[in-house]
Design a protein around this ligand. Structure first.
Ligand code: ADE
Ligand code: ZN
Length: 340
């Protein structure tokens, strides 16, 4: 039940976030600023016009991805990627986020001719500045665009080798239907050999079969979204037994139509079935930030303090490398409980 205490706990607790896309986080303000700098004719003059375009056009995953590509197309140079990552960090600091795992959707930029080196250098400089100015730890997950051919995806993973010191995870995203996980078995096998943590968007815009494939063909240690697991009790048991976390984004699932409304989201059923879950904002300018994500669980799904704390703790415990921050989180919770 919503209460001022619960909302202030959500605001004040030191948070980790496991699932956020750099490309999906380009704010309208930043897109306009970068477009001017790069002399790109973005067909929107104001932030309000961009937001109106989003509101009128985004009805599912495909239309979201069209917008995502459009606004992100202004990014060409190191400083552009630096700005986007720095913005994410600044926004995170306002929400008391201390650890954040970011999907790098480089292939969308590569398709526009941006060299990988430019992208990686810009993002890495942004990440270092975020650590310096806000003390936030960012961890990068390089994401395969599953709509590209298996050969191109494999070659993408090979190209990550020189940036291994920057990247800790391998992910997979973009349109899901028609692009099953099994197509990218080789790319993920190589990611595994490189020692990358493996995760994939699955069961967001397609069915359970794709989650099974993410687990069994790609060797994923985490599933992004995984909403459709609700249709298959055997899969739910498998996820619970393997302790593979679902990095869920409940409001994003409403935006893309994966669930009809927040109140119908299966996250609580998953948690009650022993499946590990955390929540994240996915693409904040389109959806809202992490505070908004947690608040939705309280307002629409009746989450209480313990449910929220379970999700928040999972985001550290089952993160790629944020476990060292757990003692500080636990100490914060103990203090909070003593005072409330
Ligand atoms: N890229 C950014 N957000 C995404 C989502 N929700 N699903 C697939 N690809 C994405
Ligand atoms: Zn995502």
């Amino acid at each position: 039940m919503r209460s001022p205490e619960l909302l202030s706990m959500i605001r004040e607790m030191p948070k980790a976030e496991n699932h956020l896309h750099i490309e999906g986080s380009t704010t309208p303000r930043t897109a306009i600023k970068i477009a001017k700098r790069n002399k790109i004719d973005l067909p929107f003059a104001s932030e309000a016009a961009i937001l109106k375009h989003i509101e009128e056009n985004v009805v599912d995953l495909t239309t979201f991805l069209q917008c995502d590509r459009l606004f992100n197309s202004v990014c060409l140079h190191e400083e552009d990627f630096y700005d986007v990552v720095y913005d994410i960090g600044e926004d995170a600091s306002k929400q008391n986020i201390v650890y954040q795992e970011l999907h790098m959707d480089y292939p969308l930029n590569g398709a526009r001719g941006v060299p990988m080196d430019v992208y990686m250098k810009g993002c890495e400089a942004g990440r270092q500045a975020v650590k310096r100015d806000f003390g936030i730890e960012m961890v990068f997950i390089a994401a395969v665009d599953r709509t590209q051919s298996p050969e191109d995806c494999l070659s993408f993973v090979k190209q990550l080798e020189p940036y291994r010191h920057i990247i800790d995870g391998l992910g997979m995203d973009c349109d899901e239907r028609g692009y099953p996980c099994r197509l990218h078995k080789e790319a993920f096998a190589l990611g595994g050999e490189m020692g990358l943590f493996r995760t994939a968007h699955a069961g967001e815009d397609d069915g359970c079969q794709n989650i099974w494939e993410a687990l069994n063909d790609l060797g994923c240690q985490r599933i992004d979204h995984g909403v459709r697991a609700i249709d298959d009790p055997a899969l739910m048991k498998e996820l619970a037994d393997r302790q593979v976390m679902l990095a869920m984004c409940t409001r994003s699932n409403v935006m893309t139509g994966a669930v009809p409304e927040l109140a119908a989201h299966p996250i609580k059923t998953f948690m009650d079935s022993g499946i590990l879950c955390s929540v994240s904002s996915d693409d904040p300018p389109y959806i809202g930030n992490l505070l908004w994500e947690y608040q939705g669980l309280v307002d629409e799904l009746g989450f209480g303090e313990d449910d929220i704390l379970t999700l928040a703790r999972n985001a550290y415990q089952y993160s790629i490398k944020g476990q060292h921050l757990l003692p500080a989180f636990d100490a914060w919770v103990k203090e909070w409980k003593a005072q409330h």
